[in-house]
Each structure stands twice: as C-alpha cells, then as structure tokens.
Design a protein around this ligand. Structure first.
Ligand SMILES: NC(=O)c1ccc[n+]([C@@H]2O[C@H](COP(=O)([O-])OP(=O)(O)OC[C@H]3O[C@@H](n4cnc5c(N)ncnc54)[C@H](OP(=O)(O)O)[C@@H]3O)[C@@H](O)[C@H]2O)c1
Length: 333
C-alpha cells in the first residue's frame, strides 16, 4: 500500500519561507494498524482549510501539507474490522488536514477512530455541504435545544450568518421552528438569508459595538456566535434572563472583552463548541440527526461547487470574509 499514489492539492514552503500550492502527485503515507485508506469523493472548504492552504503556522506544523479537514469517500483498504472495503464513510476534524494530510486529495489515510459510516439518509454531496461547518452548527443548535430554549421563548441571534457555520445554523434553527435574527456584514445577502430561514436580518454593526454598558436590552432567547471578539461580547449583553450562547468561532477576534454581568445578573450560559475532538457517541448522534429529523430539505441551496483547480479564488474570498455558503470540492477521478 505504500506504493499508492495520490493526486492532491499540495502546500509547500520554499527555503525563503514562501508558501506555494500546486496540484501534485505524491506517495500516500504507509497504513499503520487501525488505519483506513479512503478514496475521497468530495471534501469541502472551511475557514480552517483556507488557513491551511495559505500555510498559516497556527494550523500547518510541517510541509509539504495537504489541506482538507472534511472527507466523504469509499474505503479501499481497512486495517480495522469495523470498516470494510466499499463502506461509504465521513471523516471530519481530529487531526485531518492539520497535523495529518487532509482530504483535498484522491485518497486519504486516517485512523479508523476518526471515521463514521455515512448515514443512510445523506448523500456524499449533502454530507460535505454540511461538513465540519454543518456539524459544528448542529452542535451549537443542540446546545440551545438541550439548554431548554423553546421556540416561543424569543428569537435566536446568529452572527457570521452567511458563513458556513452561520448559514447552516440559520437553516437548522428555521427547520426546528425558531425565529432567527441573522447578523451579517454582507449587504447584498440579506434576501438570501431570508430565503434560507432568517426571520430578520441585521447589519454586523448592530453587534460590533464598543458600548461600555454591561447589559443591553435582553432581546434574544439564545445566540450562536461564529465571530468572537466584540460581537460575542455584545451578543452576551443582549441575551434574556437564563438564556444561552453557543460560541465556536474566531473570525472577528480571539479576545472576549466582557464582564461577568451577563452571567451573574441574567444567569446567561456560555457554551463552548469544539468539533475537532467531539466525543464519538455525540459525533455519531449528530450525524444521525442531520440525516433524519434534522435533515434540511433545502440544504443544497447553501452549496457552492468547487474543484481543486477552482478552489484558490474561494480560499481568498473566505479569508477576506467575502465567501457565502458552503464550498463543496468534488474530487475528480
Ligand atoms: N469550534 C469549532 O470546532 C469550529 C468548527 C468550525 C468552524 N469554526 C470557526 O468558526 C468560524 C466560522 O467558520 P466558517 O467555516 O463558518 O467560516 P466562514 O464560512 O468564513 O464564515 C465566517 C463568517 O464570519 C463573518 N466574518 C468574517 N470576518 C469577520 C470579521 N472580521 N468580523 C465579523 N464577522 C466576520 C462573515 O459572515 P457575514 O459576512 O455574514 O457577517 C463570514 O462569512 C471560524 O472562526 C472557524 O475557524 C470553529
């Protein structure tokens, strides 16, 4: 198996530390006990992939590197009895596309613990339209539902709403019957956000505030934040008594300039969401829900078709906050 050649999107660093990417053919890593070789059908474009594709040192630890934190594909070789040749599987998170070579390639080698079977109710394209972003959005929504927020408690606010996590969160919340206020920096995407389920759309400046007041009017039963920084801090001030916020992202900054008042005066709960190392039972449960009662009838409205030869423009757009929806990368035969 060590002779397996893989076609891939390869990120390299020159001696002068310049980052370059190209389509290349490389030798697949040798399979270790417990590894599975998957022929990739599709991958996706996440913010983290764009960081990896541009050699961000916070993500890529060694070169050459293959990005791609999401894969759906067919098992070609298995060193674990839980997976058989021909099984269709999903891999998201863990070290895929970060510490290990990822799925922007014809084949990927992954430890079997990183795989789940593709649920019967999802196609490969649907699974990658969801990908890590959809999986993370679903965990955010699950946090709000499990917190006890009911559909008549008040609207849910979602920041970074046109992004991968944000747009799937809007769709899922609408599917479950919640009212959603979508927050976006993209003036030209208000109508689209309403089409995918937002009841109301507001500009990013409504949350990007330096206001010193420790609390603002409690307008929202709960929130999903994909941005961080001042946006998350302002969102926390606007949550009703005993509401909650699920936070997962950092596109607007890693700082959290807040006070304790939303927590100690309103009993607001802040849930941190991590997708990469989500425990196996929860991971399987979330994918099963996304294939059944949380299956989104108009999911593919969020899909933007990409290939490894067209992904570069999309990488720049996502890093500049200009990309909307979910980039799905079909891997050519
Ligand atoms: N915790 C986890 O496990 C996990 C999993 C997946 C993603 N994430 C993180 O979640 C975040 C969103 O991921 P994604 O895949 O949805 O990314 P994305 O598709 O790039 O979406 C991010 C959205 O944030 C908004 N935004 C961008 N730059 C901004 C800025 N400077 N200030 C305020 N808003 C800004 C934009 O939406 P609008 O134009 O609509 O405002 C953008 O579309 C990223 O930080 C990602 O790393 C974390």
């Amino acid at each position: 198996m060590s002779k397996q050649q893989i076609h891939c999107y390869l990120v390299e660093q020159s001696e002068s530390k310049e980052i370059r990417s190209r389509l290349a053919k490389v030798q697949a890593p040798k399979l270790q006990e417990g590894d599975v070789l998957v022929r990739v059908e599709c991958s996706s474009l996440n913010y983290k992939d764009a960081m990896a594709a541009t050699g961000n040192p916070g993500i890529v630890k060694s070169f050459p590197h293959i990005p791609g934190i999401d894969a759906v594909g067919v098992v070609e070789t298995s060193r674990d009895s839980r997976f058989e040749v021909g099984d269709q599987v999903i891999a998201t998170g863990h070290e895929l596309g970060v510490e290990r070579w990822g799925a922007w390639a014809s084949h990927v080698v992954a430890p079997s613990d990183w795989l789940v079977q593709l649920p019967a109710g999802l196609s490969a394209i649907e699974a990658m339209t969801l990908g890590t972003a959809g999986f993370t959005a679903a965990q955010c929504v699950a946090a709000i539902v499990d917190h006890g927020c009911k559909t008549d408690d008040g609207p849910i606010i979602v920041s970074g709403a046109t992004g991968g996590v944000g747009s799937i969160a809007v769709m899922l919340l609408a599917h479950l019957g919640y009212q959603i206020v979508a927050v976006t920096g993209k003036q030209d995407r208000h109508a689209w956000l309403k089409e995918i389920g937002a009841s109301e759309v507001t500009g990013r400046d409504s949350l990007d505030s330096d206001a010193k007041r420790p609390l603002l009017k409690g307008e929202f039963a709960a929130g999903i934040d994909t941005v961080g920084g001042k946006v998350l801090a302002t969102m926390l001030k606007k949550i009703q008594h005993r509401g909650c916020v699920a936070c997962c992202g950092v596109t607007g900054g890693a700082e959290l300039p807040t006070t304790v008042f939303p927590f100690i005066l309103r009993g607001v709960a802040l849930y941190g969401i991590d997708s990469a190392w989500c425990p196996d039972d929860l991971r399987t449960d979330i994918w099963d829900r996304l294939a059944t009662d949380w299956k989104l009838p108009r999911l593919l409205d969020a899909k933007v078709d990409l290939t490894l030869t067209t992904v570069d423009a999309a990488i720049n757009a996502i890093l500049e906050g200009k990309f909307a929806g979910r980039g799905v990368i079909r891997i050519a035969e």
